[in-house]
Structure formats: C-alpha cells, structure tokens
Design a binder for this molecule. Structure first.
Ligand code: XIL
Length: 382
C-alpha cells in the first residue's frame, strides 16, 4: 500500500471503501503510471496559499502527497495569470508563482504555464481594461503585451515546457473573437493573438505553444466549436506559431440523467468530427483542465459517482484514441478544493464530485476510470 492510501485510511477511517476502490491488480496504481504506460504525462492544477491554509497548495502535506503520487506535470491554477503576476503596467509580482515553480522543480515535476494571455476582458486586471494607450495605441498596447510574455517566458526558460499562450479568445455565443482593450488598441483580436504567439515563440523557442479554450462536446457548444475551428484555420493560414489545441475538458452532464454512457454515446460522433478536423490541420492536442460537472446526476453518491466515472471514461477513451494527444491535466485532484464548488454549485446544494479524489482525499470511481482510460489509450506520438 502506498503512502497516500495509508494516509487516507487514517484520515478517513474508511478502510473498506478504500480497499474496494483499489483497481484490479493488472491496472497501474496511479494516474501518473497509467499515463506513462502510453508515453504521456498526467498532471493537475495546484495552488499557492499561506502556510497552514487548507488549500490545494504544495504546502498542504496531504495534497502535496497526492500530487507526488499521481502527477508528473503541474500547472498553477491562478498564479501565472496577469491578475496575479501583473499588478500594474510597470510592475510584476512573481513571489507566489516563483514559489510554486521552485517546489515543482525540486520535486521533479514538469510545469505547464497558464496563461500568457486570457483574452477575455472579464479576467483582465482592472488596470488593463481601463488603460489609456495614448496617441499610438497599437504600439503602446503591443509593448505592454510583449513585455508581459517576454518577461514571463524568459524568467522561467526551460522550466516551463508548454504554455497556454492564449486562453478563451472565442465567444461561445457567436463563434467570433472577443473584443478587449488590447484588441481595440491593436486593430483587432487576430492581431493580438498573432502577436502573442509570435512573441512567445521568440521568447520560449523550446516550448509547446497552445491555444486553450472550453469548446466542449455537450449540446450547445456548436458555435464555440465552429469558432475555434475557424480560428485554428486562420492561424494555420497566417503561419501563426501554434502547436496544439488545449481542450480544457470541463465536461458535464447538465440535463437529468441516470445513463451517462448513453449521453456520451450520442455526443461521440460530432466530437470526433471536431477533433479530426483539428488534427488534420496538424495541431496536437492537450487536455488542460479536466473535471466533470455532475449537475444532471442524482444526488445519491453511488449513482452520481458511477455516472461521473462512466461519462469521463467515454470521453477520455475518445481523447486517448488520438496519438496527437500529449499531456493530460486535471483541474485539481480533490473535490475539496475544486473551483466547481463555487463556480457552479448544484441546485440541490450537494458538493460537486467532479474530481478523482473526494472531500477527504479518498479515491473515487472517477480516479479508477481515468487510470483505466489512460492505460489503454493509443501511445502518444511526438
Ligand atoms: C479558474 C480558477 O479555477 C478559479 O480559482 C478562478 O477564480 C477563476 O479561474 N478556465 C480556465 C481557468 O482557463 O483559468 C479557470 O480557472 C477555469 C476555467
């Protein structure tokens, strides 16, 4: 039995449950090992928090043990975003993110960088939304953007092997590109995005450059998927240096159902058509923020966990049938610290169960479904 199993037994006092959750002898014991079997890295988001805080931070011993058990690659949930790093046009604050990168390097993790530009006003720092770019707005805005990407990418160098250079530039309601203060100053969003990728390529020539977005396989994502395909085609045509599509993968069951597998089966063909078109253009794929929204499933833990696991298994089986798929990252390992609890509370008030480990950091059926999918995927092609 591994360290973390012992820890959760002691913490949760649930020997029987944990024993039942242990996968069959032939399955790899960890997410990391399962992914490695097919040449992939599994990983997760983690956080910075003040010492002693109950958070998804490396300073939380129980959570750090999970990260070390299951992950080969990490990503900062919030600490590399402009809101964290860039308090003003002239100042950077690297304290928290530096501490995370240092910890990750000391413990032998690879690191992804999220994100060099969240191209969505809602998530810009207030100063950037209100910035007066003066008489030559295009030059001034480009200088602020360049300085950001250049400074961050050069500071971390080879420590970060993959960047979500641009995040969420496509408006899901229209499929068009979102406008921001930068796009207004620089003559359109396409200019901003090209600029970001070119600057990132120059500053981090070693790194995989990713366009990351949340177009997903559920109903209602049609325009979002079409918009992302159009953007990727335009990148291709203009020679913008984009290596991969980051598929965030905050998948979910939103309508009441007790048959997650049937829902997945219905969604599969159109999702495959989308992925086929992405890889046909020469892009690789990364799963950047996987978790499962369980609003449509019953509150009872048994059927809910089963539904989440079945839905995830079907989704991951599809994703893992693409040799172009590289890293697979979860947006947190435990329900205890998941953003879903606050972002999308269930109408019945029950705690969302979209992560591989529960509120007490005990493995759930989802964890085993993820291990099984990772272990049987096609090998990744570099
Ligand atoms: C979320 C974090 O998890 C939250 O803590 C924060 O308040 C908002 O951002 N897509 C992304 C991530 O690209 O950066 C988001 O992370 C989740 C959705």
């Amino acid at each position: 039995m591994t360290m973390i199993d012992r820890r959760s037994l002691l913490a949760g006092g649930a020997a029987l449950l944990a024993a039942q959750a242990t996968p069959a002898a032939t399955a790899p014991a960890t997410l990391k090992a399962a992914a490695a079997q097919r040449g992939r890295r599994f990983g997760s988001a983690f956080a910075w928090a003040p010492p002693g805080r109950d958070a998804a931070s490396f300073d939380n011993l129980a959570y750090a043990a999970l990260l070390q058990r299951d992950c080969a690659v990490l990503v900062a949930e919030n600490q590399m975003k402009w809101q964290a790093l860039r308090p003003s046009p002239d100042r950077f604050d690297f304290a928290q993110f530096d501490a995370m990168v240092d910890w990750a390097m000391r413990h032998g993790f690879a690191m992804r960088g999220h994100t060099l530009l969240w191209a969505y006003s809602k998530w810009f720092p207030a100063w950037l939304n209100n910035q007066d770019f003066g008489q030559r707005p295009a030059t001034a805005a480009a200088a602020i953007l360049d300085r950001h990407i250049d400074t961050v990418a050069k500071r971390y160098g080879g420590k970060i092997h993959s960047y979500d250079v641009v995040n969420e530039a496509v408006d899901p309601d229209t499929g068009g590109l979102r406008e921001t203060s930068l796009s207004r100053a620089m003559g359109g969003t396409a200019n901003v995005l090209d600029h970001a990728f070119r600057t990132a390529r120059a500053a981090a020539p070693h790194a995989e450059l990713v366009y990351n977005d949340y177009m997903s396989w559920e109903d209602g994502n049609e325009k979002h998927r079409a918009g992302v395909l159009k953007l990727l085609e335009e990148f291709h045509r203009r020679g913008t240096p984009v290596d991969a599509l980051g598929v965030q993968s905050h998948i979910g069951l939103f309508q009441p159902t007790t048959n997650a597998a049937a829902v997945a089966h219905r969604l599969e063909p159109e999702w495959r058509r989308f992925l086929d078109r992405v890889v046909a253009m020469g892009y690789r794929l990364v799963i950047t923020e996987f978790d499962v929204r369980d609003r449509g499933l019953p509150a009872a833990i048994g059927p809910r966990d089963r539904g989440v696991a079945d839905f995830a298994r079907a989704y991951l089986d599809i994703m893992l049938s693409y040799p172009e798929l590289g890293d697979v990252l979860a947006w947190g390992l435990s329900d205890r610290y998941s953003w879903l609890r606050g972002f999308e509370p269930r109408p019945d008030g029950a705690i969302a169960r979209g992560c591989p480990y529960d509120m007490d950091l005990r493995p759930k059926p989802l964890r085993d479904a993820m291990i099984a999918a990772l272990a049987v995927g096609v090998p990744t092609k570099r």
